[in-house]
Every structure is written in C-alpha cells, then in structure tokens.
Design a protein around this ligand. Sequence first.
Ligand code: PMV
Length: 362
Amino acid sequence: MTEKDFIPQSYQRELIGGSITWQAPSNIALVKYWGKKEPQIPANPSISFTLDSCRTTTMLEFKKKETADKNITFELYFEGKKKEDFKPKIKSFFKRIEAYCPFLTDYQFVIKTENSFPHSSGIASSASGMSALALCVMSLEKELNPDLSEGYFNKKASFLARLGSGSACRSIEGELIVWGKHKNIENSSDLFGIKYPYKIHKVFQNYQDTILLVDKGTKQVSSSLGHNLMEDHAFAESRFEQAHRNLDKLRGVFETGNLKGFMEIVESEALTLHAMMMSSNPYFILMKPNTLEIINKIWAFRENSGLPVCFTLDAGANVHVLYPEKDAGKVFEFIKNELVAYCENEQYLCDRIGNGAKRIDN
Ligand code: PMV
C-alpha cells in the first residue's frame, strides 16, 4: 500500500453531528524506534507489546459547519478542563492528516480526553492519545463511508496515528505490533503498524509489565529532538542494522518461548537506545541514578532466583519490568520489597500485554 490508498475518493453519506469515543492503550517497544525521516518514516523497524491498562479515552464530538470554510476548528478538554497548551500539537496533527481526511474541514469538533495513568507520571501519553484520536477520526470516516473494511480501518487508523506520533501507530491493535519495513516480515510497512504475523509461544500470553515511576518530571530532551540526533550520529547505520537483526532473532524467540534469548534482546535494545542518546551530538542522559539501581537489583534477583524477569526503558528514567504471568507472584513480591523504594513517591503501575483499542460508545 502507498499513501495514495488512504485518500478517500467520495463519501456515501452526509452527517449533521454526533460523537464517538475510543479508548486506546499505550505500548512498550521491545526493539526500539529511534531515528526518523519526514513524514514520520522510521529509520528502522520496531516491535512492541500493546499494553492494557495504561490508556487514553477520547471523545470526539462533531457538528457540521453552517458555512463551509477551509479551517479545522476544535476545542480541547483534558480531564474536564480546557487545555490550550495541548492545542498546537493537535492542530499540527490535523494539518498533517487533512489530505487523507478532507472531511475534517466540514465539521466543528470538541475533543474530550483523559488518561488512566497520572498525567505527570513520566509515561508518554502521545502513543495512546494520538491513537485514540486517530480512531475517532476513522470512525467518523466510517460513518461517512460505511463500507470500509475492518482491515482498511485499522491500517488507516495506524497510518494516521503515526503522523501524530510515530510510536502511536503501534497502539491500535494487540498484542505484538511491528512497524517499519523488514525484509523477512511479510506485509511490514513504514506507513503503519501490523499485527506480528508469526507464531507466539504461550509463555508470552498475559506477559506482565510493572512500570516503575522513577522520575515523573518532564524530560530535558523531547523524543523528536532525540530522533533528529540520529541523523548524523556516528553509530546510526550499525544501530539500524542491529534493529533488523534483533527482529530476525525475535522470530525464533517468539516461536519457541526462549525467554533467555528474549531477555537478552530486550535489555540490549533498551541499553542501546540510551547509549545512542549518550553518544549523540549533543549528548544527553535520561536515566537517573535510581534507574541503574533498579537494573542492578533486577540482574541480582534474576541470578539468585533463576526467574525470567528483565527490564526495558523508553525515552526516560522509568523502568518497565517484564515477566511471564506464571511467575507474577514471586516477581511482584520482589518488586514491592526491593524496587518500589527507588520510585518517586513509591509509585508504580501494574500493566500487561493487551488486545488493543476499543470503541466504547456503541
Ligand atoms: O513516538 P515517539 O516519537 O514518541 O518515539 C518513541 C521512541 C521510543 O519510545 C524511545 C521507542 C519506541 O519504539 O517506542
């Protein structure tokens, strides 16, 4: 598929107004996306677990304009209050998707959005937020064109979400999503995420992710800036090749349930992501001392207990602790007794692999 396939030709119906609500999850990458080209084309393919309870709920109210104009007009409420400072990001998202959703200028919108996780938790809400909004826009398109197939709907929702925030394209469906062209993954695309198409061993069912909130402040370096710094990064090419190789290796891991192999790839990916930040120009560090304390504790616990618990990181100081459901009792005891003390205000979130976004108003 190409971008052109997402430009609608005509609409079958007319709508005066209504509202649509979607709940979309966050996701955590196992092979990381870090580096991009315009327009949000990833420099390497990535794969993520879709999460379950870290979600954004977004309601899109729409009303046909009395007189047509060329502007996209909307009001935005976050957790019940008008939020002017979120508007520029949504405005540029709408601008980027307008060519694919020309009906946007026909309506006036009110967007009401909220997260299931605390706003100042250091958890990026852009993936769940942009995917929830993209899904609302797609449901509006489906009301105008009821014949859209489910496959096209999900692909285009992922395509639109990507234009809002790259990793958001992996938050439409569950449970494992690949985004970015990889020669050995059929139908993989730089334009949208696809469900991982090969066998997944049952040990990964309900895989657990406990998110340790090490630092809830805002990041000193945004991920957009970080992506851009990969452009003339000394290690860029070998990093991008490594991501392709890690995806190849994961295929065997997912098929056989080889958790040792899984943990090696996932932890190496997390540390490589941060190594790229530390070796870019200018360089920066997003981990905090407690991030490293937690990593060392996890390694010591794994050595002593023999349990398959590992970590991954996103572009921040928080630590995602990953482990199979069958070991949840013992690992959770360890987390409570030994890791929670390193979190800001002892805060953490319990999550697991999820099935993807849900429309919740019908
Ligand atoms: O989607 P963005 O631009 O916020 O970038 C996300 C990048 C990482 O979270 C660090 C990695 C990933 O693949 O999600």
